[in-house]
Design a protein around this ligand. Structure first.
Ligand code: AMP
Ligand code: MN
Ligand code: MN
Ligand code: MN
Length: 315
């Protein structure tokens, strides 16, 4: 088992950690490590089993991996075992849905104790409204003539507690209503469209606290995707930091080079660690495959420097 006895080291402990970890040779400059700390399996809205995600990460040259299913840690044990069998260093992960200023924000958690009761309960509560929401989404779609989408979407669900918009999107593509999942979201599943149902997710404070109290680090996922005003975005990072948030995803599948440059500056401005993850969901849908992102900008402190003691390293 992993050693959960101590809190993660602060980034200032990096020098001590480097000396201590010479037995494990990362082989690359620390910001250039091929870490992929954001991706999904069938335990949320990905299409691969956790073992297949592990194998794909390993085959693609990933050197440090975390499976980060939405609002769920049910795949962690399988992911960690698969990573261990492949000799792939592993961090526990999740991606928590949060509502902030009326907008859904995703908070990635890394390196927590997956047996922590408050985290487990918090994630279960966050998942709780998904079935009702999905039934309402199906009602909205029925009103525009698209029937039986609840049962349709359910066919794609790997985890009955985790029915998501992505499962509706797959169903609408496979029944020929839309060309691809992007098309479904644009036409039916975003705010103002017939299948969109507003939802109250976890609070920012709760999500950050669940992760941090379980010994992990909280990271703002893909910040360029949120439609905040500059004032709201400033408030997001200020409050995130005040609650104990530790990092920001700078390099991720949905970020352009200029997005990465922008959030590299945000990391420096707010004193946040930087994370990197593809947000891979499926070989057929994801533009960015596991392990294929550009490196983090060298001026940033990577989140894995502060998580050394949390990494499950193959012996
Ligand atoms: P949910 O948690 O049910 O609201 O679903 C959110 C998920 O939908 C995200 O994690 C993405 O996987 C997916 N998603 C959101 N927006 C889009 C989009 N524009 N195109 C494709 N997938 C999307
Ligand atoms: Mn997703
Ligand atoms: Mn996300
Ligand atoms: Mn994600």
């Amino acid at each position: 088992m992993c050693k959960w006895s101590s809190k993660p080291r602060s980034i200032d402990d990096h020098t001590a950690r480097s000396a201590e970890s010479t037995a494990y040779n990362w082989g690359v400059k620390r910001t250039a490590l091929n870490a992929d700390l954001h991706c999904h399996s069938v335990v949320s809205d990905g299409t691969l089993e956790p073992e297949a995600v592990a194998a794909r990460a390993h085959a693609n040259g990933v050197q440090l991996w975390a499976l980060t299913d939405h609002d769920e840690i049910g795949g962690q044990q399988r992911a960690r075992s698969a990573a261990r069998a492949l000799g792939l260093p592993y961090l526990t992960g999740t991606e928590i849905s949060v509502t902030f200023a009326g907008i859904t924000v995703h908070i990635v958690g890394l390196g927590f104790d997956a047996d922590n009761p408050a985290l487990i309960a918090g994630l279960a509560a966050t998942r709780g409204g998904r079935r009702e929401r999905a039934l309402e989404m199906a009602e909205g779609l029925a009103k525009v003539g698209i029937h039986d989408t609840f049962d349709g979407a359910l066919q794609y669900v790997g985890n009955p507690e985790l029915i998501s918009r992505t499962h509706f999107a797959r169903h609408l593509v496979d029944t020929g209503i839309c060309d691809d999942t992007q098309d479904v979201f644009r036409r039916f599943l975003v705010e103002g469209k017939p299948g969109f149902v507003p939802h109250r997710w976890a609070t920012l404070r709760n999500a950050v606290t669940w992760i941090t109290d379980a010994g992990g680090l909280a990271i703002v996922a893909h910040p360029a995707r949120y439609r905040f005003t500059p004032t709201e975005e400033y408030a997001l990072f200020t409050e995130f930091k005040a609650h104990g948030g530790a990092g920001v995803e700078v390099v991720t599948g949905s970020h352009s080079a200029s997005d990465a440059a922008r959030y590299a500056d945000t990391a420096l401005e707010f004193g946040l660690l930087a994370s990197r993850g593809s947000d891979f969901h499926s070989p057929d849908e994801s533009h960015t495959d596991l392990g294929t992102l550009p490196p983090l900008p060298a001026k940033l402190k990577p989140v894995w420097e502060a998580l050394g003691s949390r990494i499950d390293r193959p012996s």
